[in-house]
Design a binder for this molecule. Structure first.
Ligand code: AKG
Length: 145
């Protein structure tokens, strides 16, 4: 089934030039998600192995009564991607498309406004620092300097 982010536009959240899309995902779906992002020109993904639990208390079983009985930490992967505002919805939709199984434990996506991006090598800030050669900005070619 095709699932995309339900209408909750970026306009309704704190305004920023850049946002961090932080996704907690099933480890075995991460390769699929990151190659899809790469294909759409997204460059710059940070991945960490994490453990945690969500609304189900980490329980993988759903039969009555046992759901909230223990806090079991489940292995997940945290993907962090900082993109400009115009790319946020594409990235969220792509993550959902590639990571969703429809089962409990698919994970969650957090959207965080980012105040600035600074490239360590050059000290560049803002869009200059966020943009990467061969990345989304070059592929869409809507802006070029
Ligand atoms: C949760 O704790 O909310 C879960 O979804 C547990 C199931 C899982 O992550 O595999």
């Amino acid at each position: 089934p095709l699932i995309t982010a339900q209408i909750a536009p970026v306009d309704a959240i704190p305004d920023a030039e850049f946002y961090k899309v932080e996704a907690i995902l099933r480890p075995w779906r991460v390769q699929q998600v990151s190659s899809a992002l790469l294909q759409m020109g997204i460059r710059g993904v940070t991945v960490s192995d994490v453990r945690g639990f969500g609304a189900q208390g980490g329980s993988t079983e759903r039969h009555g009564g046992s759901e909230f009985s223990e806090d079991k930490l489940v292995a997940k992967v945290k993907m962090e991607i900082v993109v400009s505002k115009d790319q946020v919805e594409f990235v969220i939709d792509k993550i959902i498309e590639e990571a969703s199984t429809g089962e409990i434990g698919d994970g969650k996506i957090f959207l965080i406004p980012v105040a600035d991006v600074i490239r360590v090598r050059t000290g560049e800030r803002g869009e200059k620092a966020e943009r990467m050669t061969g990345g989304h900005a070059d592929m869409s070619a809507t802006t070029s300097t």
